[in-house]
Design a protein around this ligand. Structure first.
Ligand code: NAP
Length: 257
């Protein structure tokens, strides 16, 4: 039996990964800040699918939280075969409206935690000659979309670069780049979603199914839906100035500060 560790497992895309991987018979290590929610989820997945679901409460915006997950990933006696670096959030506001402390917290969760956890996991996986890491980025990595998009561009570059460095070791790296997905993300960030057309919304369970197929195929960057594949094709062709106005505004109507 293999084990998957998922960060941000209590809601949205992370919870969809947990449901799907448990249904496929993988044991789980569920990571987030809300212990009660993690425990409820672990019990439900264990009861429904008969898998072991371990709870690891950790705040990935803090050094001690990242260190606790690094320690679990480096445990050679109870190895992790798949790491899903999924925890993330959006700040409420545009550049210069968000405090520097909040900007740095985003870099800590989206970049530093991803770097450190990938390093801890991939080191142990390389010794065993197998394993996989999915880093949840966003299509925002490919278009002008504030400091959030910049942090996700780092995730894509990091994943592509490390995939090259790990080629031939048996460790697979994949950046997952979703478009808009119905989760708790937008409400938590105080983002209005009225100007996001219905056709742009993705379902988290379908997204995860497509992502795992792409991982099995050995893709390094996954943009799982035909709608977004077509849009990203247009992004490559259209002048950056034309797209910038549209992509930097859609879904970024923030409520009162
Ligand atoms: N939804 C979208 O449209 C969309 C599109 C593209 C990419 N993404 C990316 O997908 C990933 C998942 O987002 P989602 O949409 O599923 O959001 P979500 O529904 O808000 O879930 C976020 C998860 O991350 C956890 N989390 C947040 N901050 C954390 C921290 N400091 N330490 C540990 N865990 C933390 C949350 O749990 P706790 O609060 O209990 O810690 C929760 O489980 C993110 O990286 C996001 O950037 C989302």
């Amino acid at each position: 039996m293999t084990t998957a560790l998922i960060t941000g497992a209590t809601a949205g895309i992370g919870a969809a990964f947990a449901r799907r991987l448990a249904a496929d018979g993988h044991n789980l290590v569920l990571v987030a800040r809300d212990t009660k929610r993690l425990q409820e989820q672990a019990t439900e997945l264990h009861d429904r699918h008969g898998v072991e679901a371990e709870v690891l409460t950790a705040d990935l915006s803090l050094d001690e939280g990242i260190a606790a997950v690094e320690t679990r990933l480096a445990d050679r006696r109870d190895p992790v075969d798949l790491l899903v670096n999924n925890a993330g959030f959006g700040n409420k506001g545009r550049f210069l409206e968000v405090s520097m402390a909040d900007e740095l917290t985003m870099l800590k969760v989206h970049c530093e935690a991803v770097l450190r956890l990938t390093s801890a996991a991939a080191g142990a996986m390389r010794e065993r000659g197998r394993g996989g890491v999915v880093n949840v980025a966003s299509v925002a990595a490919f278009v002008p979309r504030g400091t959030y998009g910049a942090s996700k561009a780092w995730v894509v570059q990091f994943t592509q670069g490390t995939a090259r460095d790990l080629a031939g070791t048996g460790v697979r790296m994949m950046a997952l780049c979703p478009g808009f997905v119905r989760t708790e993300f937008h409400a938590r960030a105080g983002m209005g979603t009225d100007n996001i057309p219905g056709w742009m919304w993705l379902d988290a369970d379908k997204l995860v199914a497509a992502a795992l197929t792409d991982l099995a195929r050995g893709k390094t960057v996954s943009v799982p839906d035909p709608r977004y594949k077509a849009l990203m094709g247009l992004v490559k062709l259209a002048p950056r100035g034309v797209l910038g106005g549209m992509t930097s505004k859609t879904g970024r109507k923030y409520g009162p500060q």
